[in-house]
Design a binder for this molecule. Structure first.
Ligand SMILES: Cc1cc2nc3c(=O)[nH]c(=O)nc-3n(C[C@H](O)[C@H](O)[C@H](O)COP(=O)(O)O)c2cc1C
Length: 217
């Protein structure tokens, strides 16, 4: 099978290459919204980057998360996590964070700089928890915290939970481990790979409006 180089743009043009910064902005938000609703879309699973603490102080930490919500008016991205996960302590120490998205079909990269806040045991977390499916709640039942060393391979789940989903009442044991992260976007860097020339733009929030500019790719 021929190898494909992701940096070598296909000769086929994408459906509608943005011609203006306003069109870039519209496209970016529609891609993000698609990422929330379509779990097969590549924007569904961005890489989320924080700065490490403790032994990893000052070192970048990256992991994949599932994009659960987008709010254009509030300029927010949402995802869920376990309150015991490293990223929670990292965000408490420093909310500066980055999401990286790449969709090979449209050949679009989006880097989103944000300031992220963890919501735990509050109304925001409750609303997010209420919207989760029982299948998704199962991972919050883990009694061995994420990142704990183990002398054998473990899922972290108590015995028996690996093979079934909790019912509504059983799932409530996961609530003390659940939290939701709301990341407020401060800047976005958009890159489109195109045969006729790549395109790049920066969208920066200036308190009352987005200020956008083209950049050399
Ligand atoms: C496809 C995929 C989706 C994931 N979604 C999430 C998620 O939404 N939230 C989350 O906390 N971890 C998610 N993970 C696991 C994280 O990538 C990571 O391994 C875990 O959260 C521990 O990260 P931390 O120790 O840096 O906090 C996902 C992993 C994969 C492969």
């Amino acid at each position: 099978m021929p190898q494909t180089d992701p940096l070598a743009p296909s000769l086929a043009p994408i459906d509608a290459t943005p011609q203006s910064l306003a069109e870039v902005e519209t496209l970016v938000w529609s891609m993000l919204k698609l990422g929330v609703v379509d779990r097969r879309n590549q924007f569904h699973t961005p890489t989320f980057v924080t700065l490490g603490v403790g032994d990893y102080a000052g070192l970048p930490q990256a992991r994949v998360v599932v994009l659960r919500g987008v709010d254009r008016t509030a300029r927010q991205l949402h995802f869920h996590t376990d309150y015991r996960a490293s990223k929670v302590a990292e965000l408490a120490a420093n909310p500066d964070s980055v999401f990286v998205f790449y969709d090979p079909d449209s050949r679009m990269q989006l880097r989103v700089h944000s300031r992220a806040r963890v919501h735990y045991q509050d109304e925001v977390a409750q609303a997010a928890w209420d919207a989760t499916r029982l299948f998704s709640r199962r991972c919050y039942l883990a009694n061995i915290a994420s990142g704990s060393p183990s002398d054998r391979p473990v899922s972290g789940l108590p015995d028996g939970w690996e093979r079934r989903n909790p019912n509504e009442a059983e799932s409530l044991a996961g609530w003390p481990n659940f939290c939701t992260v709301i990341a407020e976007i401060v800047e976005m860097d958009w890159l489109l790979l195109e045969a006729s020339g790549q395109r790049r733009a920066r969208l920066k929030w200036h308190g009352t409006a987005w200020q956008s500019s083209w950049l050399a790719p």
